[in-house]
Ligand binder design. Structure first.
Ligand code: ATP
Length: 234
């Protein structure tokens, strides 16, 4: 399998005044093209920090990070902006939709800054929202709003979709709809997906599970038979 991303000895130290906290303590990892990765770890283990470094939102304090062989750790802010804009889609727990725009308009907004966007209509169909195009966020359920956020992240055609607790605010049924949308984008569009979560059940869907513990990648497990979202419950 082709390596999409590789990290070597990644460290992250946060400084607040005189106090230094080493959150990541030397992480080595690989992400393959088309991977579906779930990152598990206790609160404070460094999951969001890890995701933000992969997404080019935070710089590591030390270590090397390569995307398609290009050294992101040596990139200036301009190159990192292009990387974030063209290669990465982000999905967060709180959907961050524009309340005064419809579903279609919220997704279309992302197309305007993209180099090689997908069709808004196609993506809305893939996430099961084709009949909700003209609705405003306040007229949608939490699961539907999260699927708009996923459509917005994917329509710009990024290689990598990074999701921070995408089902954290959802009940199980709506959470499963969201996971189905993510799995479909992984299978149909071959997007590489990384989800961070506290929910160990979601890890059963992954190709590989990264276990973060005390700032280290404690273990990587391969799922020989990843489950579909309908087969998991929490
Ligand atoms: N910008 C920051 N400045 C200082 N400390 C930070 C900053 N961001 C995160 N931290 C600290 O780094 C540690 C790891 O945080 P992080 O959010 O990466 O962990 P997490 O595993 O995602 O946690 P959770 O599951 O609770 O979201 C925490 O102790 C947090 O307080």
């Amino acid at each position: 399998m082709d390596i999409l991303m590789e990290g070597k000895g990644l460290h992250k130290v946060y400084r607040t005044g005189e106090v230094e906290v080493e959150v990541l303590k030397g992480i080595d990892f690989q992400i393959f093209q088309g991977d579906f990765i779930v990152v598990l770890g206790q609160s404070g283990s460094g999951k969001t920090t890890f995701l933000n470094i992969i997404g080019g939102m935070t710089k590591a304090s030390a270590g090397e990070l390569y995307y398609k062989g290009q050294p992101l750790h040596e990139s200036d802010e301009h190159l990192l902006t292009l990387y974030r804009r063209n290669e990465v889609g982000f999905v967060f727990q709180n959907y961050n939709l524009m309340p005064n725009l419809t579903t279609y308009e919220n997704v279309k907004l992302a197309v305007e800054i993209a180099q090689n966007p997908l069709s808004v209509t196609d993506i809305l169909r893939e996430v099961g929202l084709e009949s909700w195009s003209d609705h405003f966020p306040s007229q949608l359920s939490g699961g539907q709003q999260q699927r708009v956020a996923i459509a917005r992240a994917i329509v710009k055609n990024p290689e990598l979709l990074l999701c921070d607790e995408p089902t954290g605010a959802l009940d199980i049924q709506t959470g499963i709809q969201v996971l189905k949308a993510l799995q479909k984008l992984n299978c149909v569009y071959h997007k590489t997906v990384m989800i961070i979560t506290h929910n160990v059940e979601i890890a059963k869907m992954a190709d590989r599970v990264f276990y973060l513990k005390d700032g280290l990648l404690d273990d990587v497990k391969v799922n020989e038979h990843p489950l579909s979202p309908e087969e998991i419950s929490w």
